[in-house]
Design a protein around this ligand. Structure first.
Ligand code: GLU
Length: 409
């Protein structure tokens, strides 16, 4: 309403239409010599701020609708980082659970044999997401290099010795906790001595748990598709490393943690009934619903920050905002991962490698800038303290203005 030009130039209609969508067949052979067929996707949603950027998800739930939704979210997340990256997402309905190394390589090579023609370091730069980490990135990159005869920064999340960046695996979780620290800072508080409920046990949860420990907080839950574990002593030390082992095990069962460390396991339930000061949903979309928000609020949660993409339902978000607790939407709070990916692109383009300290300080200042931007814009649009309004409007304006500058394309 404040900018009638957006309406006049039909920005809403244009911004909600993907620039491109690629769907392709991915045939591969399993270890028994059987032919398998999966579907591959890559959505290039918006390139007004830079080449398409966003992860690849390998999970049985992947379909076009989810890909478009996540790519749309990625446009605005990437805009908030202030780095020159557009928004995209991709993946496959391939389920890595229980697959052997050889099967995963075979799938990744076939996937890239089609994808390579649609991506490039100046066009579209994929990365990891659920089911895609350094191992898969390695197989994908290897096949890209082989087909195109180029060694470049076409994909991020690479291994440290072959073009990857320090702290990329940690960046999403670290950035999330830096953002939480910023939010708590506004009420002269911090993560130290806080009880934290985390969901998931993958890459984002792992980074978040490490950083919460470093800052003196205590993480008491983790979760998986099978349920959640409650560890009143805190997820610390070798237990954090065990999160990586659980991932390598490939069973996707958090019960393995409960069995190993003799703590309580609650099958088929979510961790949001546990008493905590901070809740960090780090698993997947739609994992924190209205009833969970009510339990958290009843237990006096102070701060909820989305480590996953769109983990809280709209009803849950409404409740958090109405109750005036600190609530951070994922597009702001989990932007540290993709921000570090953009730093990896910068290092690759400059054929250089920055130190861990350099990356950490850039990550910290990026999260602090996002926090400031969201606060400022929320206040300017009559919703002080509302990070949802702040993030959405700040990101929208950035993308919409760039679209206008670049004309009808
Ligand atoms: N998959 C991550 C996200 O949702 C990272 C994307 C990237 O690094 O490109 O933001």
């Amino acid at each position: 309403d404040r900018n009638p030009v957006y309406k006049k130039l039909k920005i809403l209609e244009r911004i909600t239409t993907p620039e491109r969508v690629v769907i392709f067949r991915v045939p591969w052979k399993d270890d028994h010599g059987e032919v398998q067929t999966n579907i591959g996707y890559r959505v290039g949603f918006n390139s007004s701020l830079g080449p398409y950027k966003g992860g690849l998800r390998f999970h049985s739930s992947v379909n076009l609708s989810i890909m478009k939704c996540l790519a749309f979210e990625q446009i605005f997340k990437n805009a908030l980082t202030g780095l020159p990256i557009g928004g995209g997402k991709g993946g496959s309905d391939f389920d890595p659970r229980g697959k052997t190394d050889l099967e995963i390589m075979s799938f990744c090579q076939s996937f890239m044999t089609e994808l390579y023609r649609h991506i490039g370091p100046e066009t579209d730069i994929p990365a990891g997401d659920i089911g895609v980490s350094t191992r898969e990135i390695g197989y994908l990159f290897g096949q890209y290099k082989r087909i195109t005869n180029t060694f470049n920064g076409v994909i991020t999340g690479k291994g440290l010795s072959w073009g990857g960046s320090f702290l990329r695996p940690e960046a999403t979780g670290y950035g999330l906790v830096y953002f939480v620290e910023e939010m708590l800072g506004t009420i002269k508080d911090g993560v130290a001595d806080k009880i934290v409920a985390v969901s998931g046990f993958g890459n984002v949860a792992w980074g978040a748990v490490k950083k919460v420990n470093e800052l003196g907080g205590k993480v008491v839950t983790l979760s998986g598709p099978d349920g959640f574990i409650y560890d009143p002593e805190g997820v610390t030390g070798e237990k954090i490393d065990y999160m990586l082992t659980m991932r390598i095990n490939g069973h996707d069962l958090v019960q393995e943690y409960a069995d190993k460390f003799k703590v309580a396991f609650y099958p088929n339930s979510r961790p949001w009934g546990v008493k905590c000061d901070i809740a960090l949903p780090c698993a997947t979309q739609g994992e924190l619903l209205e009833e969970d928000a009510l339990s958290l609020l009843k237990n006096n949660v102070k701060c909820v920050a989305e480590g996953a993409n769109i983990p809280c339902s709209n009803e849950a978000v409404k409740l958090f905002i109405k109750s005036n607790i600190l609530f951070a939407p994922g597009k702001a709070a989990n932007a540290g991962g993709v921000a570090c990916s953009a730093l990896e692109m910068g290092q690759n383009a400059g054929r250089t490698h920055w130190s861990k300290m350099e990356i950490d300080s850039r990550l910290k200042s990026t999260m602090s800038n996002i926090h400031q931007l969201c606060s400022d814009i929320a206040a300017a649009y009559n919703a002080p303290g509302n990070y949802v309004v702040g993030a959405n409007i700040a990101a929208f304006i950035k993308v919409a203005d760039a679209m206008i500058d670049q004309g009808l394309v």
